[in-house]
Design a protein around this ligand. Structure first.
Ligand code: F6P
Length: 548
């Protein structure tokens, strides 16, 4: 078996898991008044409290040993310096170069990519300023009012999550709409009510071959031409973001209207590139730069903080501890901030497309769980949806709670009420409530002994549910950049610790290929492919029942 199981630290942590599983967090807090001080860290704009995680001093030092034995520092240097650590695609992993605000030279194949990045940022700035100022006009001379961003996965989730997170800072210059799903319902809904004369389409696709995006883009062109009746007008209403100029030209978008990115930018780590154009159009280029600056701060923290204080490394070690040692197969992301409502979806791709692997860098099967199932929603809404399970279910789900000191919009006492829930839920998940406490509560409520005996088993909360708490100063552009970069580097560290390649995504290829074959069966006469009886039966049922 491959992986890290033979490391001394891994063996020790396996032993610690047996020990820690016998301990209750409530007792750990009672026995150590300094626990919060010991297991929380502060950097500008962020408090990270991991004291409600199921660790003790011994575990912490063993996790530090695991970081060392996993050569985190060496791998971090490889990444930042542009070494081709995406070993199966022979590519560097340099999303950090996209926000390298120090402008230090970074070389890939002898080329200083910092110069390329800066040139593209200047192009992005000029274009977003021209569109937002009204200087860029459509085929009838009108300014742009609506932007439709077409893309999926990393070409959608980052921009959409960030524009939703920063909507409070947008003026009314432009509306930005997103089309990612090939389900025609979405593009039909987005285009409904838009005016072709004042609509700009941004087609984002690193490969410019993704079927869903190409289908949506072609539908957008048809919709546009129905109004404009002039292919020459496309140049004023369609721009692209891609590495693939051959495909963008073939689509009919001139090179002048293409913003480039590079193969050393992974799709799920690409919002800092021109994939972030919808962000710059929506909140302005300067705010987009602030997002970059926030991420750059975390890059510097990740590079310079020692392991004990390195927040993304701590996040990764805790996730490996919960998933691969304590056996918790999921991790919930619970923002107590409506602006961050898309963060769970964004991190599903970031985490699960990166570390949802089962072999090591060397191609050996690993026999430990790699990535946890990432899920979540805004915490308050979750309290009325799945917190019952989190509190009393027998599947323990470690959770990241995220909140801010200052709200984006101060409305009465809403923020204090929101934060009350934020604090209460992690306290409840940690401490629980035992039989004695339930008995006292029900006695005070006048319940009979018989009623109390009956209710106690149903009202006990075991607690001992691990959580981490993040408190941001305020969800502004820099904070969003910091938060995303923290998770990006967490994902990186987690992959290195697990000895998996976090940078490719071969697991998406099979489904894509089969879908393409079946698409031909559904759209072309006489095309059939061999299938199992279920797939064949489903296809036949659909073809027989559908109305063309
Ligand atoms: O989900 C597979 C994937 O390749 C992602 O990694 C990527 O972000 C997405 O599809 C879209 O790819 P593209 O930007 O090339 O259209």
């Amino acid at each position: 078996m491959g992986g890290r199981v033979d490391l001394d630290s891994w063996q020790k942590l396996s032993g610690s898991a047996q020990r820690v599983e016998q301990q209750h967090l409530k007792t750990m807090f009672e026995n150590d008044a300094q626990r919060f001080e010991k297991f929380s860290r502060q950097i500008p704009g962020v408090l990270f409290d991991f004291s409600k995680q199921r660790i003790d001093d011994q575990t912490f030092s063993e996790m530090m040993q695991l970081a060392k034995e996993s050569d985190i520092a060496l791998w971090r240097e490889k990444m930042f310096s542009g070494e081709k650590i995406n070993i199966t695609e022979d590519r560097a992993v340099l999303h950090t170069a996209l926000r390298n605000r120090a402008n230090t030279p970074i070389y890939v194949d002898g080329v200083n990519v910092t110069e390329q990045v800066n040139a593209e940022l200047e192009k992005l700035q000029a274009f977003s300023n021209r569109v937002r100022s009204g200087e860029w006009q459509g085929y009838t001379g009108k300014a742009v009012k609506d932007v439709v961003a077409i893309g999926v996965g990393g070409s959608n989730l980052g921009p959409q999550m960030v524009t939703d997170a920063l909507a409070a800072y947008a003026d009314d210059t432009l509306n930005v709409h997103y089309v990612s799903n090939v389900d025609g319902v979405q593009i039909a809904s987005v285009l409904k009510g838009l005016d072709a004369e004042t609509t700009l389409f941004v087609v984002s696709s690193k490969t410019f071959t993704t079927s869903e995006t190409m289908t949506n883009a072609k539908t957008a062109v048809e919709w546009f031409l129905n109004a404009a009746n002039d292919r020459a007008a496309i140049a004023k209403h369609f721009v692209a973001v891609s590495t693939n100029l051959e495909k963008t030209r073939a689509f009919g978008i001139s090179d002048d209207n293409v913003f480039t990115m590079w193969d050393w930018v992974g799709g799920r780590f690409s919002l800092w590139s021109a994939i972030g154009l919808p962000i710059a159009l929506y909140v302005g280029f300067d705010k987009f730069v602030e997002v970059l600056e926030g991420a750059f701060e975390i890059d510097e923290h990740f590079k310079t903080a020692n392991n004990e204080d390195n927040i993304p490394l701590l996040m990764a070690l805790l996730s490996v501890w919960n998933t691969s040692f304590l056996g918790y197969q999921a991790q919930a992301i619970l923002p107590y901030d409506q602006a961050l409502h898309m963060l769970p979806a964004y991190l599903q791709q970031g985490e699960m497309e990166s570390n949802g692997k089962h072999v090591t860098f060397a191609g050996e099967q690993v026999n430990y769980t790699t990535v946890p199932i990432i899920w979540g929603m805004t915490g308050i809404n979750g309290q009325h949806a799945f917190y019952q399970c989190l509190h009393q279910g027998n599947v323990i789900v470690p959770a990241d709670f995220i909140a801010s000191i200052e709200p984006q919009n101060k409305v009465g006492q809403h923020h204090d009420i929101l934060l009350s829930n934020f604090f209460a839920q992690t306290e409840a998940m940690m401490a629980g409530v035992d039989a004695q406490q339930v008995r006292e509560d029900l006695t005070a409520k006048g319940k009979s002994d018989a009623e109390i005996d009956k209710l106690i088993p149903h009202k006990i909360h075991q607690g001992n549910r691990p959580t981490s708490s993040f408190i941001l100063d305020k969800v502004d552009a820099k904070a969003v950049g910091r938060l995303i970069a923290l998770y990006e580097h967490k994902i990186f560290c987690q992959g290195i610790i697990l000895d998996v390649c976090s940078f490719d995504q071969w697991g998406v290829e099979l489904g894509k290929g089969l879908a393409s074959n079946i698409e031909a069966e559904l759209t072309q006469e006489g095309v059939t492919n061999p299938h199992d009886s279920s797939t064949a039966g489903l296809i036949a049922y659909y073809k027989q029942k559908r109305t063309n």
